[in-house]
Design a protein around this ligand. Structure first.
Ligand SMILES: NC(=O)c1ccc[n+]([C@@H]2O[C@H](COP(=O)([O-])OP(=O)(O)OC[C@H]3O[C@@H](n4cnc5c(N)ncnc54)[C@H](O)[C@@H]3O)[C@@H](O)[C@H]2O)c1
Length: 362
C-alpha cells in the first residue's frame, strides 16, 4: 500500500489520542511506520485510544500541548521525524460557541507552532496539515466547493480552520519555497464517521448513546446535508498525499479536498434512520433546535484529488454506516477483541481499495 513508503519511516502524529488520530496511528503501524504521537490526554470516556491501548502499539506517545512551544520543539527534535501528520485541534462546532478563544488558540496558533517547530528540524521532508470541509465560505449552494474557492466560516470552529488554511498558504509562500523547508499540503475532509468516536454533539456518537440508553434518538437539524464518509476514506487521502509529498516534494504542496461521491451526500435524518436500521433498534425524533447556527448544505468537489493524486472514495455511505454500527455493536456487546477487529476493518478497507479500479496508487 502507498508504494510501501511508510515502511520504516518516522511519523510525528499530533492528535493521536483523538478519533481520527487513533485510527491513523494504527494504520501507520500496520504500514511499518514508527509513530510518535503528541497530544493531550483523550478527551472522552471511553476513548478509542484507551480502549485499544494504542499507547502500547506505537513507538512513543507524548502527552503534550501544541501550545507548549518548548515541549513541542524538543519532542520533534528528539524524534527526528520524516513526516508530520497534524490532526490536533478543537474540532467541535458547538463547543466553539462556548470556547472561542480556546478554539482559535488551539487551531490557529497551535498549527503555527507545529509548522514552526517542524521548520527547525532539518530531517522533516513532508507535512500533512488537516483542516476541514468547513473552511470554505459557505454560501449554501447546491454543489461541492472547489479548492480555489474563498475561505470563510460562520461559526468559530469553521472560521478558525479557514484561518489555518490562509495562514498555511502564507507560511508556505513565506518560508517553504524552493530548497527551503519541507513540502506542506492541507487536507480538507467532510463529516467523518466510524467506530471509536464518542465526541459530544456528533451524529453517530449521539445515536449510539441514545440507542444504548434505550432513549429515542433526538436530532437537531434533520434536513442538514453533509458529505458523510468512513474515517478510513480521508485517512487514505492523507496517506496518499503524504506519500506524494515524500516522493515528489513541493509539486503536491497545496490544498486537497477528500470527500465522498455524490450519493453519499445525505441528510442528517437519513443517516440517523440508517443507523437505526443497521442497529436493529432505536427511534429517531426531531428535537427542538437551539439558536446556534449550523450550515444546512455542505458538499465538496473532489475532482482535484481524483485527477492529481489518483485518490477516489471507496465506500458508499451505506457501507460506511454499516461498518460503523458493526464496530459499536461489538464494542458494547463485549464479544470481540476490539483491537483485532479494528485491524480487520482496516485490512478490509485496504482490500476494497485494491478492487477500486478508479484508485490509481495502490
Ligand atoms: N471528525 C470529523 O468529522 C472531522 C471532519 C473534518 C475535519 N476533522 C479534523 O480532523 C482532525 C481530528 O479530528 P477528530 O475528529 O479526530 O477530533 P478529536 O477531538 O477526536 O481529536 C482531537 C485531538 O487533538 C488533540 N488536541 C486538542 N487540543 C490539543 C492541544 N492543545 N495540544 C495537543 N493536542 C491537542 C486531542 O488530544 C485529540 O488527540 C481535526 O483537525 C479536525 O478538525 C474532523
Amino acid at each position: 500500500m502507498f508504494n510501501n513508503i511508510y515502511n520504516g519511516k518516522k511519523i510525528f502524529l499530533t492528535g493521536h489520542t483523538g478519533f481520527k488520530g487513533s485510527w491513523l496511528a494504527l494504520w501507520l503501524t500496520m504500514l511499518g511506520a514508527e509513530v510518535c504521537g503528541y497530544s493531550l490526554k483523550p478527551n472522552t470516556e471511553p476513548s478509542m485510544f484507551g480502549e485499544l491501548n494504542i499507547e502500547s502499539k506505537i513507538k512513543k506517545s507524548i502527552c503534550g500541548d501544541i501550545l507548549d512551544v518548548e515541549k513541542l520543539e524538543a519532542s520533534i527534535e528528539e524524534f527526528q521525524p520524516d513526516i508530520i501528520f497534524h490532526l490536533a485541534a478543537q474540532p467541535l462546532v458547538r463547543l466553539s460557541y462556548s470556547e472561542p478563544v480556546l478554539t482559535y488558540k488551539t487551531n490557529v496558533i497551535g498549527t503555527l507552532n507545529v509548522l514552526e517547530a517542524a521548520r527547525i528540524c532539518k530531517n522533516i521532508k513532508a507535512f500533512v496539515n488537516i483542516t476541514t470541509d468547513k473552511c470554505y465560505e459557505n454560501k449554501e449552494i447546491n454543489r461541492g466547493y472547489r479548492e480555489d474557492e474563498p475561505m470563510g466560516g460562520y461559526d468559530m470552529y469553521s472560521s478558525s480552520k479557514g484561518c489555518v488554511e490562509i495562514m498555511s498558504s502564507s507560511y508556505r509562500r513565506s518560508f517553504l519555497q524552493g530548497e527551503d523547508g519541507y513540502a506542506m499540503a492541507t487536507a480538507r475532509a467532510g463529516n467523518v464517521i466510524g467506530g471509536g468516536d464518542w465526541a459530544l454533539d456528533r451524529l453517530i456518537p449521539d445515536c449510539v448513546r441514545y440507542i444504548n440508553s434505550g432513549r429515542k434518538i433526538e436530532i437537531r437539524n434533520p434536513i442538514a446535508v453533509r458529505p458523510w464518509q468512513h474515517v478510513l476514506e480521508p485517512l487514505s487521502g492523507y496517506l496518499l498525499l503524504g506519500q506524494k509529498l515524500l516522493e515528489e516534494g513541493k509539486k503536491y504542496a497545496d490544498g486537497f479536498n477528500f470527500g465522498p461521491n455524490e450519493e453519499s451526500v445525505l441528510k442528517v435524518a437519513e443517516v440517523a434512520q440508517k443507523v437505526v436500521e443497521n442497529y436493529g433498534k432505536g427511534e429517531v425524533v426531531v428535537h427542538k433546535r437551539d439558536n446556534l447556527h449550523e450550515a444546512n448544505l455542505l458538499m465538496l468537489n473532489i475532482e482535484k484529488a481524483e485527477k492529481v493524486l489518483g485518490w477516489t472514495p471507496t465506500y458508499t455511505a451505506d457501507v460506511a454506516i454499516a461498518r460503523t454500527v458493526d464496530w459499536y455493536k461489538h464494542f458494547y456487546a463485549q464479544d470481540t477483541d476490539m483491537y483485532k477487529y479494528t485491524i480487520e476493518q482496516i485490512q478490509e478497507y485496504e482490500e476494497s481499495i485494491k478492487w477500486n479500479k478508479n484508485y490509481v496508487i495502490k
